[in-house]
Design a protein around this ligand. Structure first.
Ligand code: CO8
Length: 258
């Protein structure tokens, strides 16, 4: 694995742990963070020993948004020609599940980054928001789309137009997060969920992520057909035989990702 300055990486068993590590600026997302995350997740995607990743932030924030100090002087041509922040699409394209363990502020691009992940597990101290309107802009890393799909128009408009922060309890109530846990249980819960997923067969883990992700983008009939093809395809794996045989024999399956 490459060396990184703005993120840290650990790998235990089938689970990777990635931590955004610019706590002095509440893990504000600058271009270096984006480039390092994109590089690392491309490696994670290629590494057959890793099935699932937990993404969290060091200190008080998951990420307090895109780096305002880096963005402030940029003009339209800088943003447009360089396609500013398009590199986050490379993170979103990771084919293995990513669990956001949201430890504190997830604002602006930080909230959008959490929403690019597949599950969000939030500490009771987590705060979510899309406060860009207070800076004279709007969400720019997919928030208007992913937030609206996650929580519906009423709450998305409320958050995007007022810029107000919501706490973990409200995020749970409106369906933005998968689970809320006491702050000191955040990482153990996220790792436990990751380890559970990691016990399954990699082709079925990846197919599950792909079909739920595509469900958000396709009409129902197409989505159901896509799911069926992936499901049928899994019958070409050894792990399908093993999983179903183990059930019948009342023993634990031994998956080999084949
Ligand atoms: N960018 C840069 N620096 C930041 C950011 C940020 N987003 N957030 C916090 N910091 C810095 C502060 O400037 C401060 O630095 P310093 O110590 O040098 O003054 C340090 O982090 C600590 O922050 P505070 O002192 O402000 O801590 P508080 O506890 O008082 O406040 C808040 C915490 C409420 C989280 C506050 O820091 C805040 O409001 N931060 C900004 C939140 C925000 O507006 N986020 C949205 C940014 S815009 C965005 O994300 C757009 C995404 C799409 C981009 C796509 C482009 C194509």
């Amino acid at each position: 694995m490459a060396n990184f300055d703005t993120i840290t990486f650990e790998h235990k068993g089938r689970v990777a742990l990635v931590t955004l590590n610019r706590p002095e600026s509440l893990n504000a997302l600058n271009q270096q963070v984006m480039a390092e995350v994109a590089t690392l997740f491309a490696e994670i995607d290629r590494n057959r020993d890793i099935a699932v990743t937990v993404l969290t932030g060091e200190g008080r924030a998951f990420a307090a948004g895109a780096d305002i100090k880096e963005m402030q002087p940029q003009g339209f041509s800088d943003m447009y020609v360089e396609d500013y922040f398009a590199g986050w699409d490379r993170f979103a394209a990771c084919r293995k599940p990513v669990i956001a363990a949201v430890n504190g502020f997830a604002l602006g691009g930080g909230c959008e980054l959490a929403m690019m992940c597949d599950l969000i597990i939030a500490s009771e101290k987590a705060k979510f928001g899309q406060p860009e309107i207070k800076l004279g802009v709007t969400p720019g890393m997919g928030g208007s789309v992913r937030l609206t799909k996650a929580v519906g128009k009423a709450k998305a408009m409320d958050m995007v137009l007022t810029g107000r922060m919501i706490d973990a309890a409200e995020a749970d109530r409106i369906g933005l997060v998968s689970r809320v846990v006491p702050h000191d249980e955040l990482m153990s819960t996220a790792m436990e969920v990751a380890n559970t997923i990691g016990t399954y067969s990699l082709p079925s883990i990846m197919a599950a992520k792909e079909m739920v992700g595509r469900a958000l983008e396709m009409p129902t009939t197409e989505g159901v057909r896509f799911e069926r093809r992936l499901f049928q395809g899994l019958f070409g794996t050894h792990d399908q035989k093993e999983g179903m045989e183990a059930f019948t024999a009342k023993r634990d399956p031994k998956f080999t990702d084949r």
